[in-house]
Design a binder for this molecule. Structure first.
Ligand code: OFO
Length: 171
């Protein structure tokens, strides 16, 4: 049985994950618009991943018999600037999500809700991976600078990303 506080915080986290999905879908649309199809693919895969994060929390609330309360999702921006701007915004957003997960974990520990604390471990690890991926791409974009060839290569690399459903990765 989850406390009211934990239930509320997890419902809010569903909303944050849904916004993450929406944000990355908007980044994908922006990338398509400016002709960067590889970036568009990367962000669409990211959108799919974020939807699985939201569903992971949804299913946890369901298993715990808690009340699920879906909230309105904010409108994301339309224009994200250069590819480097876009990935810097992605990293900043992921840092915000990491803080939110850490706050949730602190709350779970304060409430002695060990089931939720264990459930959140997966997200703690996932955030390390997400921030690391963003930092890696930012480094490459900085290296490429104004070089069109460099950007072309990065676009090609990001075009190869494939969505792996959670069941297939044993998560
Ligand atoms: Fe990007 O990890 Fe969920 O939000």
């Amino acid at each position: 049985m989850l406390s009211e506080k934990i239930t509320k915080a997890l419902n809010e986290q569903i909303n944050k994950e849904m916004y993450s999905a929406y944000l990355y879908m908007a980044m994908s649309a922006h990338s398509t618009y400016v002709g960067l199809d590889g970036f568009a693919n990367w962000f669409m895969v990211q959108y799919q991943e974020e939807m699985t994060h939201a569903m992971r929390i949804y299913n946890y609330l369901k298993e715990q018999g808690a009340r699920i309360e879906l909230q309105a999702i904010d409108q994301p921006p339309v224009d994200f600037g250069t590819p480097l701007d876009m990935f810097e915004k992605t990293l900043a957003h992921e840092q915000f999500i990491t803080k939110s997960i850490n706050d949730l974990l602190t709350l779970a520990n304060e409430e002695k809700d060990y089931a939720t604390a264990i459930f959140l471990q997966w997200f703690v690890t996932e955030q390390i991976e997400e921030e690391s991926n963003d930092n890696e791409i930012i480094a490459k974009l900085k290296l490429a600078g104004e070089d069109g060839n460099g950007l072309f290569m990065i676009d090609k690399e990001l075009g190869a990303r494939v969505f792996v459903p959670p069941a297939a990765e044993g998560k």
